[in-house]
Design a protein around this ligand. Structure first.
Ligand code: SF4
Length: 436
């Protein structure tokens, strides 16, 4: 059988997603970028292991033992998008330990979006690629001098590298709680320009992945009986026409392969009923919408004007056809008052949303909002890569603790008020995800 590669003499590789500062208890996810690197290295004849500190805990001694057996170690320094936390601090510590113990023996390569928003060379690494890990395949081929003959754009992530139980929701906190589940991507970036969005800092322009990649990955997931699929696009419907075409492809694949997974997407509200009809037919069971605020001045500040009437109709339609909707809101804009928060609560109370998240406005490195901070604040928060809005910093009319309490209170009241409605909905349409 012809190999895609000239087999390199380096044979063992370790892919490391360092420990995030905060690990979310129920957040499903893993690094598609590292798994794509894994696919490349396996094709090149490497023995590959994926260590994800967001999913498992490993002692330093365990890691160093694995490093001892490896020649190549690839790290991902991530931004907030995957795990809602940063991991570069632990990553840098680990690289230092590896260098201390193994000196120059190992090849260490670091990539990831954190290096795009804060460009630098990582101390101790042989190579720092200031790119998302998903898009470093060509660089790796050059660095490792691999002769690759297949199309790099269509290389699928190697999910077989995931630790046992991961695909069933297992993580540090709990046992498997989901039916077989996966994440995938169809696009990167977004055509929106929300002032708080960190994604604009590392994907300035929206682009879709190749049709071949999308079809092959969905075909793989359907053939291998995945029951829940999260499309982890920044904004699945950013190019509405293209998103509809992708949904049509999924519908065709579903009827060809006879599998009916539940699919979750994130979307802005610039969609229409045709999109929702196609979503329903494709098996989309959850749409997470970025709504942010019901107040027009705040929407203008966020650079995200939303037609609330149109949105209400779309949410009602989702409710009717059985698509579960999540509304994401932000409180803490500079002009936020009790009155503007009340407007947002009023909107929440008068729409048939099925779940809500209320977050405190976050000034994240990479976002336009962060650029507006005075330089002393920027310097102060740079190591943490973000800072929440707070009266103490002169960023809003409320203290952070007040905003946090308000956000928890809004969510609790939402669930108290809608308990019966949500239970009835589950009886009628089932849960949004397949459980274990
Ligand atoms: S719509 Fe979402 S992904 Fe797009 S810029 Fe706004 S927050 Fe970012």
């Amino acid at each position: 059988m012809r190999s895609d590669f000239r087999i390199n003499k380096i044979k063992k590789a370790l892919l490391i997603y360092p420990k995030p500062q905060e690990i979310k208890r129920f957040r499903f996810g893993y690094s598609l970028g590292l798994l794509r690197i894994g696919a490349l290295l396996i094709k090149a004849g490497y023995n590959v292991e994926y260590l994800d500190f967001g999913l498992n805990s490993y002692t330093e001694a365990e890691v160093l033992k694995k490093v001892n057996d490896s020649h190549l170690i690839v790290f991902e320094f991530d931004t907030f998008s995957l795990r809602r936390s940063i991991n570069y601090i632990e990553g840098e510590k680990l690289i230092k330990s590896i260098r201390r113990k193994f000196n120059g023996e190992k090849i260490i390569l670091v990539c990831g979006n954190d290096l795009v928003i804060v460009p630098r060379n990582v101390q101790g690494a042989n190579y720092t690629l200031k790119k998302d890990c998903f898009h470093v395949i060509e660089d790796l081929i050059n660095i490792l001098q691999l002769e690759f003959t297949t199309e790099i754009n269509n290389l699928l992530p190697e999910r077989a590298l995931l630790p046992d139980g991961t695909e069933f929701g297992k993580n540090i906190f709990h046992k498997p709680n989901l039916a077989k589940s996966a994440i995938t991507k169809t696009s990167f970036g977004c055509n929106g320009n929300c002032i708080f969005c960190q994604r604009k800092g590392y994907v300035p322009h929206f682009f879709t992945l190749t049709r071949k990649f999308i079809v092959n990955d969905f075909e793989f997931l359907l053939k291998h009986n995945y029951k829940n699929i999260w499309i982890a696009d920044d904004n699945f419907s950013s190019n509405l026409k293209e998103a509809k075409e992708i949904l049509k492809l999924i519908i065709q694949l579903k009827s060809k392969l006879g599998n009916r997974p539940k699919i979750a997407i994130s979307s802005w509200v610039k969609i229409d009923k045709e999109f929702l009809d196609l979503s329903k037919e494709a098996g989309v069971s959850v749409i997470s919408f970025g709504i942010e605020s019901a107040n027009k001045d705040i929407q203008r500040f966020y650079n995200k004007i939303i037609n609330l009437k149109k949105l209400e109709n779309l949410l009602m339609y989702c409710d009717e056809v059985g698509i579960y909707t999540i509304g994401n809101f932000i409180i803490g804009a500079p002009m936020e008052t009790k009155q503007t928060i009340a407007e947002t609560i009023d909107f929440i109370n008068n729409t048939p949303l099925h779940n809500i998240n209320v977050k405190v406005l976050d000034y994240m490195v990479g976002s336009h909002l962060f650029k507006l901070l005075p330089s002393n604040l920027k310097r102060m928060v740079l190591p943490e890569r973000h800072i929440f809005a707070c009266k103490r910093l002169g960023l809003t009319n409320f203290y952070y603790e007040e905003l946090k309490t308000i956000s928890i209170d809004i969510r609790e009241k939402f669930f108290q008020k809608n308990k019966e409605r949500l239970e009835n909905r589950i009886t009628k349409h089932g849960y949004p995800y397949y459980g274990r």
